[in-house]
Design a protein around this ligand. Structure first.
Ligand SMILES: [Zn+2]
Length: 129
């Protein structure tokens, strides 16, 4: 985390300043062990007994379809624990694509806010402006 250098600037968006941390919790079904995210029912067996667990925070960008311009930086991320969550992906546009490894940069601390992930891999710096 290298937030320190950004604090004097004006480019930091308020929702990132108030990030609650990098914790991302998911749910695991007590009965069939299916992992899911922010559901009321297990998508596999329909059970309501979903136990919260803490994710390692690492995943891979998945394929998306039919995204609107407003959601241009939202991608489904397939997490290591086997569930998929739509995240805001930070990084140069050309480097953000399915199959790229990402890590959670800010978890879900406020209702309705999307988790933010960052690219794990190094990308050429000449595209950062
Ligand atoms: Zn289940």
């Amino acid at each position: 985390m290298f937030h320190t250098g950004l604090r004097s600037g004006t480019a930091v968006r308020p929702d990132e300043e108030s990030a609650a941390g990098t914790e991302l919790h998911f749910q695991r079904c007590r009965w069939c062990r299916t992992t899911t995210f922010q559901r009321l029912l297990c998508p596999t067996c329909g059970s309501t007994e979903l136990n919260p667990e803490l994710s390692e925070g690492e995943g891979v960008i998945s394929v998306r379809r039919g995204v609107s311009a407003a959601d241009a930086d939202l991608w489904p991320v397939y997490m290591a624990e086997g569930f998929t969550v739509r995240c805001r992906v930070e990084g140069p546009l050309h480097a953000v694509r399915p199959g790229v490894r990402v890590k959670v940069a800010s978890g879900v601390g406020v209702t309705g806010r999307r988790p933010v992930v960052r690219l794990c891999e190094d990308v050429p710096l000449d595209t950062w402006y």
